[in-house]
Design a protein around this ligand. Structure first.
Ligand SMILES: [Zn+2]
Ligand SMILES: [Zn+2]
Length: 120
């Protein structure tokens, strides 16, 4: 499962993961895939990209609770990941100052990746 995600440089939807897995093993049931994804997300091995309803393997060895920012390329669909703890601290402080209890753990930034900028 993780391998299927790692082999892709863009986030995969649950059904794309199933298709990927079905190449090497008997087609898994969606519920099995969702359970496995929950487990991997809980362990910080996979991130969920909310806006795309897709999943991305995390190649970085960071704290599961650490805040990260995803850089989503609008041209090729690739997703990069950068640590965002400094931003998380100031954002968290601003959120708490507004009297809100934050649950947010990811930030998504859309734009153009370095590769696509060169290609332009
Ligand atoms: Zn990560
Ligand atoms: Zn790109």
């Amino acid at each position: 499962m993780l391998q299927a995600l790692l082999s892709s440089h863009r986030p995969l939807g649950a059904y794309e993961i199933i298709d990927e897995l079905a190449r090497s093993v008997p087609r898994p049931a969606p519920i099995t895939v969702y359970r496995a994804l929950d487990f991997l997300i809980g362990n910080g091995l996979v991130h969920r990209i909310e806006s795309r309803n897709a999943f991305l393997a995390c190649a970085h060895d960071h704290d599961a609770a650490a805040m990260v920012a995803f850089l989503i390329c609008e041209r090729c669909g690739s997703v990069g990941e950068i640590p965002a703890s400094t931003m998380a601290q100031s954002l968290g402080a601003a959120v708490r100052a507004a009297g809100f209890a934050p649950k947010l753990s990811v930030v998504e930034i859309t734009g153009t990746c370095a590769h696509c900028q060169k290609a332009a």
